[in-house]
Design a protein around this ligand. Structure first.
Ligand code: IVH
Length: 708
């Protein structure tokens, strides 16, 4: 688990803009990767709770640092860009996602928000539906004249895959609707597999000596996305209808009424859906569903609340990727009990010491947990745990599993209290020191004082150096770093060693890599090729890969763009290290770069060991010049008006986008307006723009021009 996710323990309001920016970059990439695993390969590595935690963290940082919201922010996308094996179909109405509530208070807030938005009188009634959140995958079914025209997966929310042939094999999906449905009717709902069918399928797989599946959701997803529909036909998939997309007429004006209509047209709808008129009754129903959860034939992961009145829904509209009129109340994180076998010390790249709990493997919410973070010595003390204790682990809110406490009755007589070491566990046994934080008090963070001398830190540096966003060398990951670092024959102890590996191997007549355990001719050559491929590296990656404290991806990029070449950057870095005030000022003037970054760049380049390391490394490489920033975007200084209904973004989002591009979003058209982005239903503003001869484009063109 530990290498798949990163601890993000710093409270958002304590982050510097730099850290926030770096974390947003990392989160965007990480969430995109998990989206790809979840939607693309149907093979998630983390649980939904962990995924939600990542998204929440991202959102929370964005709320604290609205200026730092990225173009590729996960909050602007829903799901994954569809795989290409199926034909793509664009949803006429996007398939969005739901916001999450994790506590009763979140639900209270949701209802209050809705009331405030609608300016409802405190005594005015507000009906809200509650229904199980099915843990499957959503599907949009388009019916014309009552006939199924196509079935499309959610994809990225805008475009999905045409899986019509497969959907037709699902018994719950009528090919022809009953009754008298509107001419055009898009039904949306969830494809799922029952727990029993899943277990039976796995038994069959096992009997046939085939690979078994992880959980019903992924199996359902994989089954629906089979290129051969006859395979789908053999899989027992089911479908619940709960929503709709484009419709030529609405058969009802409430959510409940619409779902009743869906049932009348021949769909399965969820019997646990109800409509309620207070937060109390909503929560009561939530707890009722929660108690039923285990007995249900299918997996659910929460309860969805929706404002019942469709005219209210329309007024409430959407906020970027989710409707304001609905929310998913997730079930709490799952917990489990297991034994604490040991506490190990992990030494990070910067020497930070983190105690990690080694647990007797236990399944928590479908995933095997073996490690949990213990943060620091204070946390161990607070929990009062001893080695040998039975502990409660939880996987939720936070990304890495947490230990909640121990069971006193189960404490064995020989349970060992843990003593925090005074020295680094590395062979050098360098003292562990505590830093003073800004207020001068001792920080809870302890560091190994060994720096370059500490092999643990050096290994972590190397791992960072080869990591995905740094040199990203295929076949040289954390495991291989461990291997080569400790290797006597063909060691890699510094980044430069990586680039001399092939030469050293060639020069060594005995014990070639290809003859070593775990390697053969092909894999050894592949590794050498992969290394060769990275001998030419973009400047920003080079800077990031050095692992200078506070220099994350975003900062590395800024520095690369500002200095353009490695030589220019290195000169500047050496100058700040020598205390050159002019260079310091020049660096300080760069966006998002401040004292902390400059101090660490200076500290890094003051160290002779680092200077050597960087020199030998640079001599091995061709470092590409950085792209100089386009001085202006095509929109700088322009005044843009958005009018009509926008389908791919909310009005707020459109405004934010314009501002990020250096433009101003205005509410009214005048002679000063440079551009009008008009969606369907645009009226007087569009007319005025035409009269004034102002350029008018549609939403798609806007996305094209902004390169989205
Ligand atoms: S309503 C505009 N109702 O949850 C949003 N969604 O996180 C319409 N889901 O993509 C969705 N059960 O795949 C809705 N009863 C339910 C649901 C449900 C499961 C899924 C659906 C959606 C995701 C949102």
């Amino acid at each position: 688990m530990t290498d798949k996710t990163h601890p993000r323990t710093k409270p958002v309001d304590k982050l510097s803009p730099q850290e926030a920016g770096d974390e947003l970059v990392a989160l965007a990439a990480e969430i995109a990767r998990h989206d790809a695993l979840y939607y693309g390969n149907d093979a998630p590595e983390i649980t939904d709770a962990e995924y939600d935690a990542l998204r929440r963290r991202n959102l929370s940082i964005e709320q604290h640092f609205p200026d730092l919201v990225r173009e590729d922010s996960p909050s602007k996308r829903v799901g994954y860009v569809p795989a290409s094996k199926f034909a793509k179909i664009r949803h006429r109405i996007p398939m969005l996602s739901l916001d999450n509530a994790f506590s009763d208070e979140d639900v209270v807030d949701f209802v209050a928000r809705v009331r405030r938005f609608l300016r409802l009188d405190p005594v005015a009634e507000l009906a809200i539906t509650a229904e199980p959140k099915i843990d499957g995958l959503s599907l949009s079914l388009r019916y014309e004249s009552g006939e199924l025209v196509h079935a499309v997966t959610r994809g990225d929310g805008t475009t999905g895959e045409n899986v019509t042939a497969n959907a037709k094999t699902i018994g719950d999906i009528p090919v022809k609707l009953k009754g008298s449905p509107p001419e055009v009717f898009e039904v949306r709902g969830e494809v799922y597999m029952t727990k029993e069918d899943f277990a039976e399928l796995n038994e069959r797989q096992e009997a046939a000596g085939k690979q078994t599946y992880v959980n019903p959701r992924n199996t359902a997803a994989g089954s629906l996305r089979q290129l051969d529909a006859s395979v789908t036909a053999e899989r027992p998939l089911k479908f619940f209808a709960y929503a709709w997309g484009e419709v030529s007429a609405l058969p009802s004006d409430t959510q409940m009424g619409m779902v009743a209509a869906l049932k009348a047209y021949g769909f399965q709808t969820n019997p646990l859906m109800g409509v309620f008129d207070s937060v109390e009754t909503l929560l009561e129903h939530y707890h009722h569903i929660e108690t039923e959860r285990g007995a249900l034939a299918y997996d659910i992961d929460g309860v969805v609340y929706k404002v019942d009145d469709l005219s209210y829904q329309e007024r409430l509209g959407y906020v970027s990727r989710s409707p304001r009129w609905a929310i998913a109340h997730k079930f709490p994180a799952e917990k489990a009990m297991t034994t604490l076998n040991a506490i190990d010390i992990q030494v990070g790249r910067t020497g930070a010491i983190t105690p990690v709990a080694r647990l007797e493997p236990v399944t928590v919410g479908g995933v095997v947990v073996e490690n949990a973070t213990l943060h620091n010595a204070e946390e161990i003390e607070r929990l009062g745990v001893r080695i040998g204790d039975t502990v409660t682990v939880q996987r939720a809110g936070d990304v890495i599993p947490q230990i909640l406490g121990f069971v006193p009755e189960k404490r064995p007589d020989d349970a060992q209290p843990y003593e925090f070491p005074a020295t680094c566990p590395c062979p050098l046994q360098t003292p562990i020191v505590r830093e003073a934080n800004v207020s001068g008090a001792e920080s809870v963070v302890r560091r190994c004082s060994g720096e370059f001398a500490c092999p643990y830190q050096r290994k972590e540096h190397l791992k960072h150096f080869v990591s995905r966003r740094a040199f990203d060398i295929e076949g040289l990951g954390e495991k291989q770093v461990e291997f080569f670092f400790d290797d006597e024959m063909l060691p890699i102890r510094t980044p430069a060693d990586i680039f001399t590996l092939a030469k050293r191997d060639a020069a060594n007549p005995l014990q070639k890599l290809k003859n070593r355990e775990g390697y053969g001719e092909v894999s050894a050559n592949k590794l050498f090729e992969a290394i060769e491929e990275r001998r030419t590296i973009p400047l920003e990656r080079m800077i990031y890969a050095l692992g200078i404290r506070h220099v994350g991806e975003a900062t590395a990029k800024t520095l690369a763009r500002a200095y353009g070449t490695w030589d220019a950057f290195e000169q500047a870095a050496l100058k700040v290290a020598d205390g050159d005030e002019d260079t310091r000022e020049e660096m300080d003037a760069l966006e998002d770069i401040g004292g902390a970054v400059i101090d660490s760049v200076a500290a890094y380049f003051s160290e002779p060991h680092n200077r050597d390391l960087v020199e030998t490394l640079a001599a091995e490489l061709t470092i590409e010049e950085a792209e100089r920033p386009a001085a202006d975007t095509a929109f700088s200084g322009k005044t843009i008006v958005f009018t009509g209904s926008l389908e791919r973004m909310s009005r707020d989002e459109a405004k934010e986008m314009a501002e990020r591009l250096g433009a101003k979003a205005s509410g009214s058209v005048s002679k000063k307006t440079d551009l009008v982005v008009a969606g369907p239903g645009a009226g007087s503003k569009l007319k005025k723009a035409t009269e004034l001869g102002i350029e008018v484009i549609d939403e798609d063109e806007w996305f094209r021009r902004t390169g989205q």
